[in-house]
Design a protein. Structure first.
Length: 278
């Protein structure tokens, strides 16, 4: 594999506060230890660098009063959503939320620089996992558990249309969430293109892949891409992958659970490294 040389400027991530209530929070209400209530609590959590999955702001809230909070959220790439005040009342009953509630992650998100630094410290080519719209927290947690066991340096998840770090994910991961670097990214395709400039090659798991995983080259700086539970890889994501591999199926069932498929590919890549073919 050759390292790509051409450099492109990275676009700045943007956090947008939608108006008119057209973008509503659709996830189930979190447990009490997953939310932060009130402007000061959310602002201080952002200042402390705590992992925040998303922030809900009541429609009609005075943006001037929220300017420092929104600015800091934008800097950290934390999504901000407008929501009906009644929704916030339901999430924080009998609490003075001041029009602001945040979903807090059980651990902080990492950065891409953290991931590459980890690989460099270990003297290994980067091995990453990218989850394309995985929405089941149990699948996410299982993938984190395997990523830790297989020595994956980092897991990339989109900030939109993907499962965030939650208590359910943490529990399913059996503690792996404390050890695996999870990085939240913006547009998947754009981020893939940027990471190619850093030498990463992307292999997507797809039933129509040209090679089976046992004969594919899974060595070097690599990012394994696993698609969503129902649709698999998105079209643009699939087209942006450098190559696609299939997992041989010899039974009556023609597909595998996303977490199982990811586990097989992560360990096949690890096997290549153990055999000295990295």
């Amino acid at each position: 594999m050759e390292t790509k040389q051409k450099k492109r400027p990275a676009k700045e991530e943007r956090t947008v506060l939608k108006r008119g209530g057209r973008q509503e929070e659709r996830r189930d209400a979190p447990s009490a230890d997953e939310i932060l209530v009130g402007r000061n609590a959310v602002f201080e959590a952002l200042k402390a660098g705590r992992g925040i999955n998303r922030i809900l702001v009541a429609q009609g809230a005075k943006e001037a009063a929220l300017a420092p909070l929104l600015s800091l959220a934008r800097e950290q790439g934390v999504p901000v959503r407008a929501s009906k005040r009644e929704k916030l009342d339901q999430l924080a009953p009998d609490m003075r939320h001041q029009g602001v509630i945040a979903y807090a992650a059980p651990v902080a998100y990492a950065s891409l620089d953290d991931v590459f630094a980890c690989a460099e410290e270990k003297g290994e080519p980067p091995l990453l996992l990218l989850l394309d719209e995985i929405e089941d927290p149990h699948n996410f947690g299982a993938l984190l558990r395997t990523a830790d066991a297989a020595g994956v340096h980092g897991v990339l998840v989109p900030e939109r249309r993907g499962c965030a770090l939650t208590a359910t994910v943490a529990k399913t991961s059996a503690g792996a969430v404390e050890h695996v670097r999870v990085v939240r990214i913006g547009n998947i395709v754009q981020e893939m293109k940027r990471l190619k400039e850093r030498g990463l090659w992307f292999v997507g798991a797809d039933m129509a892949g040209d090679e089976d995983m046992f004969h594919a080259d899974l060595t070097g700086a690599l990012c394994i891409v696993i698609g969503s539970e129902g649709k698999g890889l998105g079209r643009l994501v699939k087209e942006t992958c450098d190559f696609l591999v299939r997992i041989p199926m010899h039974g009556a069932i023609n597909s595998l659970n996303a977490s199982v498929a990811g586990a097989l590919l992560m360990y096949e890549a690890r096997r290549a490294r153990l055999l000295g073919r990295a």
